[in-house]
Design a protein around this ligand. Sequence first.
Ligand code: DLL
Length: 432
Amino acid sequence: MIWNETKECMSRDEIAFLQGKRLHTQISRVYHNVEFYRKKMQEMGLEPADIQTIDDIVKLPFTTYEDLRENYPYGLLAVPREEIVRVQASSGTTGKPKLLCYTRHDIDVWSECVTRAMAMAGITRNDIIQVGYGYGLFTGGLGAHYGAENLGAMVIPMSTGNTKKLIDMMIDCEVTAIACTPSYLLHVAEALEQQGLLDRIKLKYAICGAEPWTDEMRKQMERRLNIKAFDIYGLTEIMGPGVACDCEHKKGLHIYEDHFYPEIINPDTLEQIPHGELGELCITTLTKEGMPLIRYRTRDLTSLEYGKCECGRTLARIQRFRGRSDDMLVIRGVNVFPSQVEHALLTVAGTTPNYFITVDRVNNTDTFDVAIEVEERFFSDEIKQLEKLRSDVEAAINQTVGIKAKVKLVEPNTLPHSEGKTKHVEDKRRLS
Ligand code: DLL
C-alpha cells in the first residue's frame, strides 16, 4: 500500500520543483537562525537568494559529525529552545554524544516517514507490532513506535534485552509484525526453533535495520520464520529510522525525497558523483525545523538509482551499502568507533595503546573481541590481579561504547605493530 501517493509518486520534475522550494525556505531559516550556517555561507559569499532551485545545492557547505559535536548541545538549533519537544542522541567518536533536537512538527514528519515504510511493507492498522529496538536516546524504539501508532496498528513496546518475554508475548498477543535489528531477529528465530515454538507464531512482517545486513540474511530469515522482511535505513542526525525503506520489489531503499535530498559525493574531492556510481551518501533535511542539517555527510558508501519502481513509487532508491568512509563499526546495531575503545582502555591503569579489535558474525550474532597488551608485571602477578584488570577493561569499554566486548589480555609485543599506521581492527563479517 502507498501511504502518501501524492508525495511518493511525483514526476521527477515535480519532485525537483518541491525540493527547490523547500531548500530555499530551509536555507533562509538556517541563515537567519543558525550562526554556524550563516558564518559558513558568508565566508563563501552566499546569501539565501542565491539558492533558488535544487541544483543550487552544490554551492552550499557540507556539515559533518564533528560540526555536531563541536556545537553540542544546542549550537545548531534553528528555533527557540522552547519549541523543542524531544531530543535523541547518538554516540560520537569520543566524549560528547551527538544531540539532535525535534520540534512537534519534526516528530510528526518522522512518524509519517516510518508509517510510509511500514505501509510499504504491507503492514496495516489491523497488525500487532512488537518494537524490539531499544527505547531511549537511540532513535530505533521511539521512531518505530510513533510510526506504528500513526499507522493505527497496535504497538507492543518491548525494547531490547528480554527474548523470553518477547517470544511469550509474540505468541500470546498474536503478533503479526516486528521491528528490530536483523541479527536480533535471527537470534529470535533460533530461540523459536530450539524451543519448538515456530508453529505457534503468527508473524508475517519484519522491519529490520540499524545495521548492515545481506540479502542472504533476509532470505534465511524469511524462510525460517515464513515472513516477509524489509530493510529500513536511517540515522539519528537526519531523524532516525525511516529515512528510506525497501518495497516488495527489493530494488533499493526508497528515500523520502520530499523531506530528504540525497547526493552521492566523492569523499576525497567532495564533488557530486554521476548517478549510479558509488560514493558517500550526503543528505540535506528539507523540512526539519529543530536542527536542520545541510549536506550532512553520512559516511555511508552507496549509490542511488532513479526511475520509477515497479511498485509505482518514483522516489530515488539507495542501493546496497558498501561500508563507510570512516572507521565506524556497527556492532549489534550499536555504533562503535575504534577511538572510543582506545579511549576506554587507556582509562585503566596497566594497559597500553596496543590493542586489536576483531568483529565477526557467529550464529547470526556479532562478536566483539578486544585483545590488549598490558604491562609485563601483570603476568608475573597472581592470576587474580590479571582477572581483575580484565574485568576493569571490559567494564570501561562497556561504559563508553554501550556494548560488551570479550577482552583478552596479552603480553607486550604480541599484537601486530607497524612503523606506519597500525591496523587496529579486523571486520570479518561479509556484509557488502
Ligand atoms: O541506527 C537509526 C535506525 C534505527 C535505523 C532503527 C533503522 C532502524 P544511528 O544509531 O545514528 O541510527 O546509526 C546510523 O547505522 O549511518 C548506517 O551506517 C547504519 N545503518 C542504519 N540502518 C542501516 C541499514 C540508526 N538498514 C548508522 N543498513 C547509519 C545498513 C544501516 N546500515
